[in-house]
Design a protein around this ligand. Structure first.
Ligand code: GLA
Length: 808
């Protein structure tokens, strides 16, 4: 980039080494906090060399010269700080010229007005490291980012204003966005290319088209960003199908799409509207993220290489999301919707650089492919990799039972959410006493978020898992004054779609329905004692531990609480702690928050970066809300990311089931056109029902395969019906052999994932959906797969709508 400038930084480089070395010895649990005022007043340093990055005719221009962005997406909070430099070098060695990064609002402003840009959060230092490595930076400061990160990056405390309208022109939301954006700019506005720094472009909002249509809101965010980074090129990213909804005239428009997509099709609309615009895929998805209880996701390297090769051969810029995913440390993993699908701790993403910074076969193939586009320059050397170690198996020796270690209680007549008690993360215990109940009753918890365990007089009764929509439990007879405990663990807040307003704890009320003189009688339980169990190392560490051996009487029972062990390390290096025998909870090593564990998998190990380990004795602390089957662990050299405890049926058809449509009358019989892109068909007249069957009769290419990326139904007003309550009742065939192509992918809000039948299964193909309620329907919208040949594109089809379930 700028040789002279880099030389002048060499003395600073030593300082960085020093800072990194220091960072190894400090804990990230008690980061110093700077005030908002200090940050905003940080003076802007004038840098030595200045440049510009602008938009020319069909190309970006770097200092006046055509420039193709080859960006690697990395998120600094997901990578241990001492490894930042090595990870940037790994990206550089691929042949990339830019690092693209998000700024997660909630990790920088954990309490309103208290900003933290130190340690792991030192955004400016990360940008300077990029520059030292001759890499440009694309900054994506939200305010919303998605990214499978808690609440899509928004701080939970916004929810303390219960009626807040997130990502809209709510005055309080906009005020807080303004303060946050100023604080970020206070750190990095002096690092734009115009100031001699590495930042070439700044993004405005994130994929707003998949949230709503509100150009005025997006314009207000743009104005804030523009005022903070004067003269810098600003851009928006969205999907080819919806970017016009919020596209602002004076911003660059870029498209997001995954591997395999038909590149020309993705840019067709943009080229039509702005024939002279430079083209950029701002998120080209190299892999995908994992959810608890679902199969590990992978994507073939060949599709990624093919797509990048095609884009580069056409001078199309890209950012490879993710080039290195890293880790959702602590409680930062988000959750997806529709439904509730919490993300795992690892953000490996099946990316070219693994979660722990190892090169994968994908990495080497990618390096080879990008080698063709170096304009005669040599690719940088691949930096040394970290050699993982194993740690011999060790036992946990101490534990602190949760129910003996509760903090002081708050008293409340009505139940309230965590946010109303000023709690952001962790678990919450609601306790009350019960009237005498001579026979069993039914306990209904009106919407507990997220994982609930119910205890009667200290004895475990059952659980309610939000992922499965569970709300009710059979409750045994009990004495007058018996103690009811409802322990609710919050997982990540939803990071995608309208459901991001995701309160934690119990969101409404708790009811008991009992039999009184032969008739059901429901009572709304009142008068609670509430215990806020904040997820902090200090809270866990402060518990009263006792030897596990003293719990002999409870042997065989799984006891919720905190478990502590020490293990010895001769020479610290990366390792993967095995939690296969544990229940569900959060893990800390030497005070560092490693992340969530859950026995259901698919992730069974947690990554510990060697830079957080010490020579000699190290402490591990597990807060397990279920309790382990065996309190032991060991360090492995390889992660276990693909082990579901109970193999969940991935398909929606039981053995021997066969859909019977004889005697059913279709409401529509039609044919789709060939090609990519959305298509809409209308029914002859409105129909009312709860169950819909879509039957595909033939394929455009005459082969066996049927695929659908997304499908919507239209209501009486011709608007899209909410797919939130949809459930797949039946699908004749689903290919889950190497990628999850199950039928529910047609309403997962993600255009890049799809339902696919297996190669062998023959037409007709059918899928049956329970809409969760009765609706009047007027038509449907269909999105085929995004690849150029549109594999599995459907031609002839029929639609059936019924009030009763279909027979199969
Ligand atoms: C979208 C978002 C990203 C991320 C990806 C999926 O493109 O913009 O933040 O959530 O989806 O990984």
């Amino acid at each position: 980039m700028r040789r002279k400038f880099i030389r002048s930084l060499s003395s600073m480089a030593c300082l960085f080494c020093l800072l990194s070395a220091q960072a190894r010895t400090t804990h990230n649990v008690s980061m110093p906090v700077e005030t908002q005022k200090d940050i905003i007043n940080t003076p802007h340093i004038a840098w030595e060399r200045k440049g510009d990055f602008t938009v020319g005719k069909s190309t970006f221009l770097l200092n006046g010269e055509p420039f193709v962005i080859k960006a690697a997406e990395l998120h600094y909070p997901r990578i241990p700080k001492p490894y930042w430099d090595q990870r940037i070098k790994l990206c550089k060695a691929l042949g990339m010229n830019t690092i693209c990064l998000y700024v997660f609002w909630n990790s920088h402003e954990q309490r309103p007005g208290e900003f933290d840009f130190t340690g792991q959060n030192d955004l400016a230092e990360f940008c300077r490291l990029c520059q030292q490595n001759d890499m440009y930076v694309i900054l994506r400061p939200g305010p919303y980012v998605c990214a499978e990160w808690e609440m899509g990056g928004l701080p939970w405390w916004l929810l303390k204003k219960k009626d807040i309208r997130l990502r809209e022109r709510d005055p309080y939301f906009m005020e807080r966005v303004g303060i946050f954006e100023k604080a970020v700019a206070g750190q990095v506005a002096n690092l734009t290319i115009q100031n001699g720094g590495p930042i070439i472009m700044v993004q405005v909002e994130n994929e707003y088209g998949s949230y709503g249509e509100d150009k005025e809101y997006v314009s207000q965010v743009r104005d804030m960003v523009r005022a903070n980074y004067p003269g810098v090129t600003l851009f928006q990213c969205d999907w080819a199908s919806n970017f016009t909804l919020n596209g602002l005239d004076d911003l660059v428009w870029t498209m997001n799409f995954g591997t395999g997509a038909n590149v020309d099709q993705q840019f067709a609309k943009l080229k039509e509207l702005r024939p002279d615009s430079p083209l950029m895929c701002s998120e080209f998805w190299s892999g995908w993220f994992d959810k608890w209880g679902a199969n590990h996701e992978t994507r073939p390297a060949a599709d990624m290489i093919q797509g990048l090769d095609e884009m580069l051969s056409k001078n199309i810029s890209f950012s490879l999301y993710m080039t290195h995913g890293g880790t959702n440390w602590g409680h930062w993993a988000g959750a997806n919707s529709p439904g509730f699908a919490p993300d795992v701790t690892s953000y490996d993403y099946d990316a070219p650089i693994s979660e722990s910074g190892q090169t994968t076969p994908k990495y080497w193939e990618l390096r080879k492919a990008l080698g063709k586009y170096m304009n005669g320059k040599k690719q940088a050397k691949v930096p040394a990799l970290i050699k993982p170690i194993s740690i011999p198996a060790f036992q946990f020796t101490e534990m602190a039972p949760l129910f003996e270690n509760l903090p002081a209680a708050k008293k409340d007549r009505n139940i309230r959410t965590m946010e109303e008690y000023d709690q952001g993360f962790g678990s919450i215990l609601y306790r009350t006493t019960l009237p005498e109940m001579k026979s069993p009753s039914l306990l209904t918890v009106n919407d507990a978020h997220d994982y609930t365990q119910v205890f009667l007089d200290g004895k475990y009764i059952g659980k309610l898992d939000r992922r499965n929509g569970e709300k009710q439990l059979e409750f045994p007879a009990c004495r007058k004054g018996a103690q009811l405990d409802i322990l609710v663990e919050a997982m990540g807040r939803i990071n995608f779609g309208r459901a991001i307003k995701d309160f934690k704890g119990i969101t409404r009320n708790v009811e008991l329905t009992m039999d009184v003189d032969g008739r059901p009688f429901t009572c709304d339980l009142k008068d609670w004692e509430v215990y806020n169990l904040e997820d902090t190392y200090d809270f866990y560490k402060g518990m009263k531990f006792r030897p596990i051996s003293s719990l002999k009487d409870d042997l065989g029972q799984r006891i919720p609480g905190c478990y502590r062990a020490t293990f010895n390390v001769k020479k610290p290096s990366d390792t993967f702690l095995n939690f296969e025998t544990w229940g569900k909870g959060l893990v800390y090593v030497n005070g560092y928050a490693l992340g969530r564990i859950w026995e259901i998998g698919p992730q069974q190990t947690l990554y510990i970066p060697g830079c957080w380990l010490k020579e000699g004795e190290n402490e591990v602390l597990v807060f397990d809300i279920v309790g382990p089957r065996e309190a032991k662990s060991e360090g492995l050299k390889e992660p276990l990311l693909d082990q579901l405890l109970v193999k969940k049926p991935l398909i929606h058809r039981n053995e021997g089931e066969q859909l019977d449509l004889s005697g059913e009358k279709e409401v529509l019989s039609g044919s789709f056109k060939p090609g990519n892109g959305w298509q809409e068909v209308k029914f002859d007249q409105p129909v009312t029902g709860r169950y819909i069957c879509f039957e595909a009769l033939s394929a455009q290419d005459g082969k066996n395969l049927a695929c659908i990326a997304e499908m919507y139904l239209l209501n009486e007003d011709g608007e899209r019906l909410s797919r939130e309550p949809w459930i797949v009742n039946y699908a004749d065939s689903e290919d889950v052999s190497h990628v999850n192509c199950s039928a529910d992918k047609i309403f997962d809000l993600q255009e890049s994932t799809y339902w696919s039948t297996t190669q062998e299964a023959q037409y007709p193909h059918a899928i049956v959906i329970d809409l969760g309620g009765t609706h009047t329907l007027t038509g449907l919208q269909y999105l085929p797969r995004m690849e150029s040949e549109v594999p599995g594109g459907i031609k002839d089809f029929k639609v059936y709508v019924k009030s009763q379930e279909f027979k199969f």
